[in-house]
Design a protein around this ligand. Structure first.
Ligand SMILES: [Fe+2]
Length: 234
Protein backbone atom coordinates (compact mmCIF):
# COMPACT_ATOMS: atom_id res chain seq x y z
CA UNK A 1 0.00 0.00 0.00
CA UNK A 2 3.00 2.20 0.22
CA UNK A 3 4.48 3.39 -3.01
CA UNK A 4 8.05 4.44 -2.79
CA UNK A 5 9.58 7.03 -5.03
CA UNK A 6 13.28 7.63 -4.75
CA UNK A 7 14.69 10.93 -5.78
CA UNK A 8 18.35 11.72 -6.11
CA UNK A 9 19.50 15.22 -5.23
CA UNK A 10 22.97 16.66 -5.60
CA UNK A 11 24.00 18.55 -2.49
CA UNK A 12 27.22 20.56 -2.02
CA UNK A 13 28.88 19.96 1.34
CA UNK A 14 32.39 21.27 2.09
CA UNK A 15 33.32 21.25 -1.58
CA UNK A 16 32.29 17.63 -1.83
CA UNK A 17 29.30 16.89 -3.98
CA UNK A 18 27.40 14.06 -2.41
CA UNK A 19 24.38 12.27 -3.68
CA UNK A 20 21.66 12.49 -1.11
CA UNK A 21 18.87 10.03 -1.55
CA UNK A 22 15.53 10.37 0.14
CA UNK A 23 12.46 8.29 -0.10
CA UNK A 24 9.03 9.79 -0.26
CA UNK A 25 6.28 7.51 0.92
CA UNK A 26 2.67 7.88 -0.04
CA UNK A 27 -0.29 5.72 0.73
CA UNK A 28 -2.28 4.39 -2.21
CA UNK A 29 -5.50 2.48 -2.73
CA UNK A 30 -5.13 -1.19 -1.74
CA UNK A 31 -5.57 -3.86 -4.38
CA UNK A 32 -8.95 -5.56 -4.19
CA UNK A 33 -9.10 -9.34 -4.18
CA UNK A 34 -12.44 -9.41 -6.01
CA UNK A 35 -14.27 -7.56 -8.77
CA UNK A 36 -16.70 -4.77 -8.00
CA UNK A 37 -19.72 -6.88 -8.97
CA UNK A 38 -18.66 -9.94 -6.97
CA UNK A 39 -20.50 -8.85 -3.83
CA UNK A 40 -23.87 -8.73 -5.58
CA UNK A 41 -26.72 -8.96 -4.84
CA UNK A 42 -25.77 -7.74 -1.36
CA UNK A 43 -23.68 -4.74 -2.42
CA UNK A 44 -23.96 -3.58 -6.01
CA UNK A 45 -20.98 -3.30 -8.31
CA UNK A 46 -21.81 0.35 -8.91
CA UNK A 47 -21.60 1.13 -5.19
CA UNK A 48 -18.28 -0.67 -4.82
CA UNK A 49 -16.82 1.06 -7.85
CA UNK A 50 -17.78 4.57 -6.72
CA UNK A 51 -16.96 3.83 -3.10
CA UNK A 52 -13.47 2.60 -4.00
CA UNK A 53 -12.45 4.83 -6.90
CA UNK A 54 -13.99 8.07 -5.62
CA UNK A 55 -14.58 8.01 -1.87
CA UNK A 56 -11.62 5.95 -0.75
CA UNK A 57 -9.38 7.76 -3.25
CA UNK A 58 -10.38 11.07 -1.67
CA UNK A 59 -9.22 9.88 1.74
CA UNK A 60 -5.98 8.59 0.26
CA UNK A 61 -5.32 11.96 -1.39
CA UNK A 62 -6.37 13.93 1.68
CA UNK A 63 -4.12 11.92 3.97
CA UNK A 64 -1.10 12.33 1.67
CA UNK A 65 -1.71 16.06 1.34
CA UNK A 66 -2.18 16.42 5.10
CA UNK A 67 1.13 14.70 5.77
CA UNK A 68 2.93 16.96 3.29
CA UNK A 69 1.41 20.02 4.93
CA UNK A 70 2.45 18.68 8.33
CA UNK A 71 6.06 18.35 7.17
CA UNK A 72 5.94 21.97 5.97
CA UNK A 73 4.50 23.15 9.26
CA UNK A 74 7.15 21.31 11.22
CA UNK A 75 9.78 23.19 9.21
CA UNK A 76 7.96 26.45 9.88
CA UNK A 77 7.86 25.67 13.58
CA UNK A 78 11.63 25.23 13.66
CA UNK A 79 12.07 28.78 12.32
CA UNK A 80 9.20 30.22 14.34
CA UNK A 81 8.44 28.19 17.48
CA UNK A 82 5.25 30.04 18.36
CA UNK A 83 1.68 29.37 19.49
CA UNK A 84 0.34 30.50 16.11
CA UNK A 85 2.21 27.72 14.27
CA UNK A 86 1.25 25.27 17.03
CA UNK A 87 -2.40 26.16 16.39
CA UNK A 88 -1.98 25.49 12.69
CA UNK A 89 -0.50 22.10 13.50
CA UNK A 90 -3.38 21.23 15.82
CA UNK A 91 -5.91 22.27 13.20
CA UNK A 92 -4.17 20.16 10.57
CA UNK A 93 -4.17 17.16 12.92
CA UNK A 94 -7.98 17.10 12.74
CA UNK A 95 -7.72 16.85 8.98
CA UNK A 96 -5.12 14.08 9.13
CA UNK A 97 -7.27 12.21 11.64
CA UNK A 98 -10.25 12.39 9.29
CA UNK A 99 -8.49 11.41 6.07
CA UNK A 100 -6.12 8.97 7.77
CA UNK A 101 -9.12 7.34 9.43
CA UNK A 102 -10.95 7.20 6.11
CA UNK A 103 -7.94 5.68 4.42
CA UNK A 104 -7.42 3.07 7.16
CA UNK A 105 -11.07 2.18 7.74
CA UNK A 106 -11.70 1.53 4.06
CA UNK A 107 -8.58 -0.64 3.78
CA UNK A 108 -9.99 -2.74 6.63
CA UNK A 109 -13.45 -2.71 5.06
CA UNK A 110 -12.43 -4.01 1.62
CA UNK A 111 -10.27 -6.70 3.16
CA UNK A 112 -13.03 -7.89 5.46
CA UNK A 113 -15.47 -8.32 2.59
CA UNK A 114 -15.42 -11.31 0.28
CA UNK A 115 -17.87 -12.79 -2.26
CA UNK A 116 -20.19 -15.56 -1.11
CA UNK A 117 -18.56 -17.89 -3.64
CA UNK A 118 -15.27 -17.39 -1.78
CA UNK A 119 -16.76 -18.10 1.63
CA UNK A 120 -18.37 -14.75 2.42
CA UNK A 121 -20.55 -14.95 5.53
CA UNK A 122 -19.03 -18.26 6.65
CA UNK A 123 -17.45 -18.30 10.11
CA UNK A 124 -14.71 -20.96 10.12
CA UNK A 125 -14.13 -23.31 13.04
CA UNK A 126 -11.44 -22.08 15.39
CA UNK A 127 -10.59 -19.74 18.26
CA UNK A 128 -12.58 -16.79 16.96
CA UNK A 129 -15.72 -18.87 16.58
CA UNK A 130 -15.22 -20.37 20.06
CA UNK A 131 -14.80 -16.89 21.55
CA UNK A 132 -17.93 -15.58 19.80
CA UNK A 133 -19.98 -18.50 21.13
CA UNK A 134 -18.49 -18.07 24.61
CA UNK A 135 -19.17 -14.35 24.83
CA UNK A 136 -22.36 -13.91 22.80
CA UNK A 137 -23.92 -17.37 22.60
CA UNK A 138 -24.03 -17.35 18.79
CA UNK A 139 -22.82 -15.50 15.73
CA UNK A 140 -26.38 -14.26 15.21
CA UNK A 141 -26.33 -12.54 18.60
CA UNK A 142 -23.06 -10.78 17.78
CA UNK A 143 -24.51 -9.70 14.43
CA UNK A 144 -27.64 -8.38 16.13
CA UNK A 145 -25.57 -6.38 18.61
CA UNK A 146 -23.40 -4.95 15.82
CA UNK A 147 -26.46 -4.07 13.76
CA UNK A 148 -27.99 -2.24 16.70
CA UNK A 149 -24.79 -0.19 17.03
CA UNK A 150 -24.82 0.51 13.27
CA UNK A 151 -28.46 1.59 13.44
CA UNK A 152 -27.51 3.93 16.28
CA UNK A 153 -25.08 5.90 14.12
CA UNK A 154 -26.61 9.36 13.75
CA UNK A 155 -25.14 10.75 10.57
CA UNK A 156 -21.97 9.03 9.40
CA UNK A 157 -19.81 6.50 11.17
CA UNK A 158 -18.58 2.97 11.56
CA UNK A 159 -19.00 -0.11 13.71
CA UNK A 160 -16.05 -2.35 14.51
CA UNK A 161 -15.91 -5.81 15.98
CA UNK A 162 -12.62 -5.70 17.84
CA UNK A 163 -10.35 -7.83 19.95
CA UNK A 164 -9.69 -5.77 23.06
CA UNK A 165 -6.15 -6.39 24.30
CA UNK A 166 -6.81 -4.24 27.37
CA UNK A 167 -9.57 -6.65 28.32
CA UNK A 168 -7.70 -9.93 28.01
CA UNK A 169 -8.35 -10.21 24.28
CA UNK A 170 -12.13 -10.30 24.64
CA UNK A 171 -14.37 -9.19 21.81
CA UNK A 172 -16.09 -5.82 21.82
CA UNK A 173 -18.30 -3.92 19.42
CA UNK A 174 -17.29 -0.28 19.05
CA UNK A 175 -19.21 2.42 17.23
CA UNK A 176 -17.47 5.56 16.00
CA UNK A 177 -18.50 8.72 14.19
CA UNK A 178 -17.21 10.22 10.96
CA UNK A 179 -13.95 8.48 10.06
CA UNK A 180 -12.80 7.87 13.61
CA UNK A 181 -11.00 4.55 13.74
CA UNK A 182 -9.96 2.15 16.47
CA UNK A 183 -6.36 2.22 17.62
CA UNK A 184 -4.10 1.08 20.45
CA UNK A 185 -5.36 -1.97 22.30
CA UNK A 186 -8.36 -2.41 20.00
CA UNK A 187 -7.57 -4.77 17.12
CA UNK A 188 -10.21 -4.37 14.40
CA UNK A 189 -11.53 -7.73 13.18
CA UNK A 190 -14.50 -6.47 11.16
CA UNK A 191 -15.16 -2.86 10.09
CA UNK A 192 -18.56 -1.87 8.72
CA UNK A 193 -19.12 1.40 6.94
CA UNK A 194 -22.36 3.13 7.94
CA UNK A 195 -21.91 6.18 5.72
CA UNK A 196 -24.71 6.77 3.22
CA UNK A 197 -22.24 6.44 0.34
CA UNK A 198 -21.84 2.75 1.32
CA UNK A 199 -25.46 1.84 0.57
CA UNK A 200 -27.66 4.67 -0.69
CA UNK A 201 -27.53 3.92 -4.43
CA UNK A 202 -28.95 0.46 -3.76
CA UNK A 203 -30.83 0.68 -0.48
CA UNK A 204 -31.84 4.36 -0.32
CA UNK A 205 -33.45 4.96 3.09
CA UNK A 206 -33.50 1.23 3.94
CA UNK A 207 -30.14 1.20 5.67
CA UNK A 208 -31.25 -1.62 7.98
CA UNK A 209 -31.55 -3.85 4.89
CA UNK A 210 -27.94 -2.99 4.02
CA UNK A 211 -26.82 -3.79 7.56
CA UNK A 212 -28.56 -7.17 7.33
CA UNK A 213 -27.27 -7.96 3.83
CA UNK A 214 -23.61 -7.17 4.42
CA UNK A 215 -23.13 -10.19 6.72
CA UNK A 216 -23.49 -12.43 3.65
CA UNK A 217 -20.19 -11.08 2.35
CA UNK A 218 -18.20 -10.68 5.55
CA UNK A 219 -14.78 -12.30 5.33
CA UNK A 220 -14.69 -14.19 8.64
CA UNK A 221 -11.55 -15.98 7.54
CA UNK A 222 -9.77 -12.60 7.52
CA UNK A 223 -11.35 -11.73 10.90
CA UNK A 224 -10.10 -15.03 12.35
CA UNK A 225 -6.61 -14.27 11.05
CA UNK A 226 -6.66 -10.81 12.66
CA UNK A 227 -7.93 -12.36 15.89
CA UNK A 228 -4.69 -14.33 16.17
CA UNK A 229 -2.57 -11.15 15.99
CA UNK A 230 -1.50 -8.78 18.73
CA UNK A 231 -1.48 -5.93 16.24
CA UNK A 232 -3.11 -5.28 12.90
CA UNK A 233 -1.02 -6.51 9.99
CA UNK A 234 -2.23 -5.52 6.54
FE1 LIG B 1 -17.05 4.61 2.95
Amino acid sequence: MLSRQSTGILKKTSNIRVLSMFTRNKVTLPELEWDFADLEPHISGQINEIHYTKHHQTYVNGFNTGLEQMAELQEKLKKDPSPSIAREIIELQQNIKFHGGGYTNHCLFWKNLTPEKHGGGQLPEGRLKDTIINQYGSLDSLIKLTNSKLAGVQGSGWAFIVKNLANGGKLDVIQTYNQDTVTGSLIPLVAIDAWEHAYYLQYQNRKVDYFNAIWNVINWKEAAKRFEQEKIIM
